[in-house]
Design a protein around this ligand. Sequence first.
Ligand SMILES: NC(=O)c1ccc[n+]([C@@H]2O[C@H](COP(=O)([O-])OP(=O)(O)OC[C@H]3O[C@@H](n4cnc5c(N)ncnc54)[C@H](O)[C@@H]3O)[C@@H](O)[C@H]2O)c1
Length: 363
Amino acid sequence: MAKVRTGLIGCGKVGRIHAAALSRLPESEFVAVCDANLGRADAFARQYGARAFSDVRHMLAQVPLDAVVVATPHPLHAEPALAAAERGVHVLVEKPMAASLADCDAMLAATAKAGVKLGVVSQRRLYEPVVRMKAAIDAGKIGRPALGVVLMLNWRDDSYYASDPWRGRWDTEGGGVLVNQAPHQLDLLQWFLGPIEEITGYWANLNHPSVAVDDTALALIRFADGGLGCVVASLSQKPGLFTKVHVHGATGASVGVQTESGASFVAGVSEIADPPLNDLWTVPGEEHLLAAFEAEDRARFRAIDPTTHYNALKIEDFLRAILEDREPAVTGRDGRVVVEMFTAIYRSNRERRPVRFPAPGAS
Ligand SMILES: NC(=O)c1ccc[n+]([C@@H]2O[C@H](COP(=O)([O-])OP(=O)(O)OC[C@H]3O[C@@H](n4cnc5c(N)ncnc54)[C@H](O)[C@@H]3O)[C@@H](O)[C@H]2O)c1
C-alpha cells in the first residue's frame, strides 16, 4: 500500500492519541515528531522510532514529509500549519481549527496556494449514532431540519485549568467552553442545519473564578433556510450531566444523539466511559429501531477502544483523502464555520445585538 510520510506537531495529551494512530495505520509512515518541549518530542520519538524536533521549520527542512497533524494549543495551530503548507505538506489540524477567523483565513489561503489538503479533527461526526442522524436528515426522514438543540451540561474543575498554563486564558486559549469543549457539538449543529444566517449569544463565568473565560455560553441561531437553533454549553454542573444534540424536523419527527452521558473525557487524562447513543428517534415507522440502535452501539463500544478508535478513523480518512486526491470528510471550510460561530457569540455578547453571517473577523 502507498504510504503517507507523517509527522506530529504537539506531543501533549491529545498528541498521544494521534501518535498511536499514526504509528498503527497502514497508510502512515510515522517519521517525525515536534514539540516546543524537546523532552516530550524525545519521549515520543523513542516510543515510535521517529525523529524528534523542537522547531517545526527545522523538522520540515530536515525530514521529507507528506502530511502533519497539528496538536498544539489552538492559538498556535496556524503557525505550524502555514509552515507545513509552504513546504507542500498536507495539514490535519486539531479542533478548534484556530482561535480566530484571521488564523483560519491564513490557513485556508496558504493551503490553497500550495495545493495541499487542510482537514480539521471533528471525530464525533464519525460516531455511528451521529452518522445515522445525518443519513436520516439527508434522506428527508424528518422533513426540513427546522429546530436544532445543543445541550451540554458538563464539568471541569480547577485542576483541569491548572494542568497547562495556556488553559482558561483569553490570550493563550482564545476563550473557554465555546472554544475548547463545544466545538464538536457546534460542528454537528451546523452540519445538520447549516448554513447560518444570524447568531445571538451570551456568555458568563458561573462558578470558575480561577479563570477569566466563559464556563457557560448560550446562543440562538437563525439558519439560512429558516431553521432555528439553540445552544446551551456549560462546564458548571457538578457532576457533568450529559451532552445532547437533537434535531426536530418540519414534519414533527425528531432524531437525536447523546454524545456524552456525563462529563466529557479529557484526552490523555481520562477515557470515554459510556457509548454515544441515539436518545431520540421519532421517524414515522422507525420508532421501534431505537432499542436496536442502542444494543448495536453498546456492543460496538465494548468491542473497541472508543478513546482512540474514532480519532484513528479521522486520521485514516485524512490519509486516504491524500492518497485518493479527494477532500477530507471535515475540511478547513467546515472548521472555519465553528470558529465563525464562537467568534459571533462572543461579539454578540459584547455588542448586545445579533451578529449576521458572514461574521466580522475580530472577536
Ligand atoms: N479532538 C479532540 O477530542 C481533542 C481532545 C483534546 C485536545 N484537542 C485539541 O488538541 C490541541 C492540544 O490539546 P492538548 O490537550 O493535547 O494540549 P497539551 O497542552 O497537552 O499539548 C500541546 C503540546 O503542544 C506543544 N507546543 C506548544 N507550542 C508548540 C509549538 N510552537 N511547536 C511545537 N509544539 C508546541 C506543547 O509543548 C504541548 O506539549 C488543542 O487545540 C485541543 O483543543 C482535541
